[in-house]
Design a protein around this ligand. Structure first.
Ligand code: FMN
Length: 391
């Protein structure tokens, strides 16, 4: 079983990713992780934080001589901004300095208010520091290791932006190979250049209006064998695990697999993917689908078609022209906290979601094919795919 946890506050010493159950024998180098950490920080519409930090991974355990040991892996991404927050975030001494001022004007739609009430804090900073999407640096670091593992099985994935505000991309028919290249070359991570320009304009306008924007991203993963996951128990369903991983990303408000909500008006005959026999197996199986509206899963198991999921992100909660809130000290109406913030983080979400999918897929691979060593996983995987293609 592969377990992922993270720790760390946004302006604390660092952000940490813990992976327990990662197989031994995977060759890995710092750039396998640092490349994706740098990608996470890109994207039109992000705030000043990304210019201060240049994220790099520090391996604290579980990797020796560029090879995973099979022991727990602890990754650190140190916060370079910590030096400006040291006295405010000191673990032992009372908070001092410019940044020590209590946050008592909770932002609507952030974790500030309900977290302060539940944990009995009178300073919302004690909540927002952990609720912050800075945590996604840990997720990308762990996800980067997972995607490196999945590459051993020729599995890969890409996340790209399909909507920001009202600007929508036309990428449904764009082949996945092209998607990766074109979306990575775009500062809004959109493979449709014309839509990308409209997205950039929308972000600029929102910024001028001191407002924020959300949108929709899509993740596609390919190279999966048919039969990853299981119909037998809710927590073994691949699509359910993907939905859970997506919903656990900050500011995500919805997930669809395949055409999902977009297909609600269709009849079954127009929705379902028909089955044909093909000489060329897909995902190891000769039984392939003529379309992929279901997004690559049936009964909680991968079909061998591409896994496709979309995720909707609400607009950023921190507004430069703040919404109404209530001051926790006076209980009087007050304007919500204004703090350095992104205008739009949808491009970053595409990259983060791609890595969240990588963690889930690695978990399912390890559960299904055994997780002591990469060599053992490969033997088990090869035997499974050989048997599958005999059917
Ligand atoms: C990549 C990314 C960057 C984000 N940046 C900000 C930000 O700069 N300011 C902000 O208020 N919220 C930001 N958010 C959203 C908050 O972290 C999130 O809304 C908050 O933690 C409350 O959690 P919830 O929206 O999941 O309910 C970001 C989210 C993501 C995915």
């Amino acid at each position: 079983m592969l377990r992922y946890y993270s720790a760390g506050e946004s302006h604390g010493r660092g952000i940490f990713a813990f992976l327990d159950g990662f197989p031994a024998g995977l060759r890995v180098q710092p750039d396998d992780i640092n490349f994706w950490l740098a990608e996470r920080q890109k994207g039109y519409g992000r705030g000043g934080r990304q210019r201060i930090e240049k994220d790099e991974v520090d391996v604290l355990s579980g990797i020796r001589g560029g090879v995973t040991l099979g022991s727990p892996i602890l990754l650190a991404v140190w916060n370079r901004d910590f030096k400006n927050w040291e006295s405010a975030m000191d673990p032992w001494k009372p908070s001092t300095g410019d940044r020590a001022r209590k946050v008592v004007r909770p932002r609507p739609s952030h974790a500030d208010l309900v977290g302060a009430l539940k944990y009995e804090h009178d300073d919302c900073r004690n909540i927002l520091e952990r609720a912050s999407a800075r945590e996604t640096a840990a997720r990308v670091a762990a996800g980067a290791l997972c995607r490196k593992l999945l590459a051993e099985f020729r599995v890969d994935m890409v996340g790209h932006v399909v909507q920001i505000g009202e600007a929508t991309a036309d990428t449904d028919r764009t082949p996945t190979g092209e998607l990766r290249e074109r979306s990575m070359a775009s500062d809004v991570r959109c493979a449709d250049p014309e839509a990308g320009a409209r997205m950039r304009d929308a972000i600029q306008q929102a910024k001028r209006d001191k407002d924020s924007l959300g949108g929709i991203i899509e993740v596609r993963a390919w190279g999966l064998p048919a039969g990853l996951g299981s119909h037998t128990q809710g927590d073994r369903k691949l699509d359910a695990a993907i939905a859970h991983a997506m919903m656990s990303i900050q500011a995500v408000k919805g997930v669809e697999v395949g055409i999902g909500f977009r297909g609600a008006h269709l009849r079954g005959s127009a929705y379902h993917d028909e089955i044909v026999w093909s000489d060329a197996p897909r995902g190891g199986s000769h039984y392939v689908r003529t379309s992929n509206r279901l997004g690559g899963t049936e009964g909680g198991m991968s079909t061998g078609e591409e896994l496709v999921a979309r995720v909707v992100k609400k607009p950023i909660s921190t507004l430069m022209r703040p919404l109404r809130s209530v001051n926790l000290e006076t209980r009087q109406p007050d304007a919500a906290l204004v703090e350095r913030s992104d205008t739009c983080a949808v491009p970053a979400l595409a990259l983060i979601a791609e890595h969240a999918v990588a963690i889930v897929l690695a978990q399912f691979f390890i559960d299904q094919f055994g997780g002591d060593s990469v060599a053992q996983m490969k033997r088990s995987y090869d035997a499974y795919v050989a048997a599958l293609s005999e059917r």
